[in-house]
Design a protein around this ligand. Structure first.
Ligand SMILES: NC(=O)c1ccc[n+]([C@@H]2O[C@H](COP(=O)([O-])OP(=O)(O)OC[C@H]3O[C@@H](n4cnc5c(N)ncnc54)[C@H](O)[C@@H]3O)[C@@H](O)[C@H]2O)c1
Length: 413
């Protein structure tokens, strides 16, 4: 392939949260796109014109590219010019340490290797530990196809940094970092992504730097939050208000401490730093400590809440109401959520736990009743303010204050 043009055939491997919007955007930019997934149910749903993920504005755009024939969902991978791999990279199960499970990247690379031809470009978008693009994807492609990287085909890593709920906007407007195997791969990848990244810039680098770039963005945030969370525990021992301390320290022109909270959740910040620790267990000491500090924060909150309840209620069996279960404010995402962990742990300890997660329609979340805020306050003996959702802020402070409470987010001052 010498250049990218609208007759360039693109195959997306993995039609989930990342692959489906990406396939839809390339199809909307008038490319011929095949959307491949091993999950037949996903493909059947897409063929019927429905999307299987929740993402604003995607359904309409997806339907229009499906109807125009630019996007074809398929469970068979065929020859293409460009392959974009968007498969999951969770932690390994049954493994004590938090190591990346790269079996999906490997199996997707194997599928691509079977249909790879000279001149093709294979791009990995999944979040991966450093060297995965070359050592896992590249080697598997070579093994399966009998072709050679750079001599016969090209590889790139273009990590995805979109925010669920704003994926289409961010695909158009976020800057993209693309790590490439050589100059030609850079030219092609840049040309390709320029057709969807209309409001951002594209920066080229090598594959390892691109892999690390995605990981360090989230690690930087994780470390900064860990500092705030550690301060909150130190201030508790000192008997001073951490939020006041942070506010005053931030008066310094070059200090910007984040707000402490219930911990760190979601599937990026709580996951990606481990992909660095896995590769550099001896060197990545600060990164590991930050992860452990943030993981410890919900456990510390449970300990404080239990102490407080025992002091206040003298062993009586009480109902604890948890304000917010999502992993951060104003979303409904429960993945790796510290607030949910707090609620589950208190339940395990024998308390009757109820919650209010106002962004979820479910009446029960992990066997915990999800009530309206008024009901939650009425039915609770003790409240844990775990997530600073907007819905909790207006006019509820005084009502919350009528009950004994633990404030994990600094909203009750
Ligand atoms: N979801 C996000 O907001 C987000 C943001 C940034 C980065 N990422 C990263 O992007 C990657 C993909 O995440 P996602 O959220 O889209 O995952 P997902 O689980 O929503 O979708 C992945 C899809 O890949 C399919 N799949 C698995 N193995 C396959 C194979 N061998 N061939 C074809 N299809 C296969 C699955 O059936 C599934 O439909 C991950 O590495 C993730 O960390 C995700």
């Amino acid at each position: 392939m010498d250049t990218i043009n609208r007759s360039t055939k693109i195959s997306i491997i993995g039609m989930g949260y990342i692959g489906l919007p990406t396939a839809t955007m390339f199809a909307a930019a008038s490319y011929n796109v095949k959307g491949f997934d091993v999950n037949k149910r996903v493909i059947d749903t897409l063929k019927r014109g429905k999307i299987h993920i929740v993402e604003p504005d995607l359904q309409g755009l997806f339907k229009s590219v499906l109807d125009s024939g630019n996007l074809i969902p398929t469970d068979t991978l065929e020859e293409s010019d460009v392959f974009i791999i968007c498969v999951p990279t969770p932690f390994k199960e049954d493994h004590e340490e938090k190591f990346a499970d790269l079996s999906y990247v490997e199996s997707a690379s194997r599928e691509v290797g079977k249909v790879l031809k000279r001149g093709d470009l294979v791009i990995l978008e999944s979040t991966v530990p450093p060297r995965t693009t070359d050592d896992i994807m590249g080697k598997t492609l070579e093994e399966e196809s009998g072709l050679k990287i750079n001599e016969d085909f090209l590889v790139a890593h273009c990590p995805e940094r979109v925010l669920p709920g704003k994926i289409l906007h961010e695909l158009r407007n976020n800057d993209r970092i693309i790590g490439v195997s050589n100059k030609k791969a850079g030219e092609l990848a840049k040309e390709l992504y320029s057709s969807i990244v209309t409001g951002g810039n594209i920066y080229l680098t090598d594959t390892i730097t691109a892999e690390m770039c995605k990981l360090v963005e989230n690690t930087f945030r994780d470390i900064n939050i860990a500092f705030a969370n550690e301060l909150s525990m130190i201030c508790d021992e000192l008997g001073i208000d951490v939020w006041e301390l942070v506010q005053l320290a931030n008066k310094h022109p070059r200090v910007n401490i984040l707000s402490p909270g219930a911990g760190v959740g979601g599937h990026c910040l709580a996951v990606d730093p481990w992909f660095i620790v896995e590769k550099f267990p001896k060197t990545a000491r600060l990164i590991r400590t930050a992860r452990e500090t943030n993981d410890y924060k919900p456990k510390w909150i449970v300990k404080k809440v239990v102490e407080d309840i025992q002091k206040t209620f003298l062993g009586k069996k009480i109902t604890v109401g948890v304000l917010g279960l999502a992993y951060k404010s104003n979303i409904d995402d429960l993945r790796e959520s510290p607030a949910l962990e707090i609620a589950k742990e208190l339940k395990k300890l024998g308390y009757n736990v109820i919650a209010c997660e106002p962004n979820s329609e479910q009446s029960e979340i992990n066997s915990i009743a999800n009530l309206k805020l008024d009901e939650l306050i009425d039915h609770s003996d003790y409240l844990v303010y775990a997530v600073p959702h907007n819905q909790f802020k207006d006019g509820y402070k005084d009502r919350i204050k009528q009950k004994p409470f633990f404030d994990a987010v600094g909203e009750m001052k």
